[in-house]
Design a protein around this ligand. Structure first.
Ligand code: ADE
Length: 241
């Protein structure tokens, strides 16, 4: 898989080398390229030089904040997006990023992450690349506002790359983890069996695999019902998109 990140803060992504992704990169499962958006801001929309390398401008219609310029993003994405690539635009106004989407995107040949700052990217950028045939996804990490798309892109890259076939050592732990089947994961324990007066549930020490499995299933259902009733109502809802 090829990952391209476009950002005005390329240094933020130096952490890609030290995260889990470092291993996938070494195993050549992932090739990650981080680009400074300002590389494409050396000229204005009318073709004259822009010594300030401006990437944003005031919103049409007024209002607070600045909007990132379509012409700069267009030049950058024309250079970076490969045929068949997926364009991901992290945005608090996007559809929720889920484990099912991560698994889907783990099969992509290329993903380009367009990290916006300020009030986001001129809406015509998503519209244009969709119109010319790219898969364009505006994705939200959750119902809160970050300063920009960088942290969200990084989280998505980690969630996606660990699902690339051959990346994780233990395929079973992916099948059993939270959200893999639309439910939260059951609680886990290790030695010692008794700690500060708290005992590991007897069933887990019983060696009875059938009972352990049904206990874990009950725990999944109970946790999900209490913590995430939205998932419990329909375990697939919000997962399959
Ligand atoms: N950019 C700012 N906030 C965001 C969020 N919650 N998800 C994705 N991108 C964002």
């Amino acid at each position: 898989m090829r990952i391209d990140v476009l950002t005005i803060f390329p240094e933020f992504f130096s952490v890609l080398d030290v995260s889990l992704l470092g291993k996938a990169r070494q195993a050549e499962l992932v090739q990650a390229n981080v680009h400074d958006l300002r590389t494409w801001a050396a000229m204005k929309a009318d073709g004259t030089p822009d010594i300030h390398r401006t990437v944003d401008d005031a919103p049409f219609g007024g209002g607070a904040g600045m909007v990132m310029k379509a012409d700069v993003w267009g030049r950058a994405l024309d250079d970076v997006l490969q045929p068949g690539g997926v364009l991901v635009i992290p945005s608090p106004a996007g559809v929720p990023f889920t484990q099912a989407l991560a698994a889907d995107l783990a099969r992509a040949d290329q993903i380009a992450f367009a990290c916006g700052r300020y009030e986001g990217i001129d809406a015509r950028v998503a519209e244009h690349y969709d119109a010319v045939g790219f898969r364009v996804l505006e994705l939200s990490l959750g119902d809160y506002v970050l300063n920009g798309g960088e942290v969200a892109a990084f989280a998505m890259i980690e969630a996606i790359t660990r699902l690339i076939p051959g990346f994780m050592g233990n395929a079973e732990s992916i099948v059993e983890e939270s959200h893999a089947d639309g439910l939260l994961e059951y609680p886990s324990y290790t030695r010692p069996a008794s700690w500060r007066g708290l005992d590991v549930p007897d069933v887990l020490l019983s060696g009875h695999h059938g009972k352990i499995e049904s206990w874990r299933r009950e725990q999944q259902l109970e946790r999900t019902r209490i913590r995430r009733p939205d998932l419990f109502a329909d375990p697939r809802e919000g997962v399959a998109q």
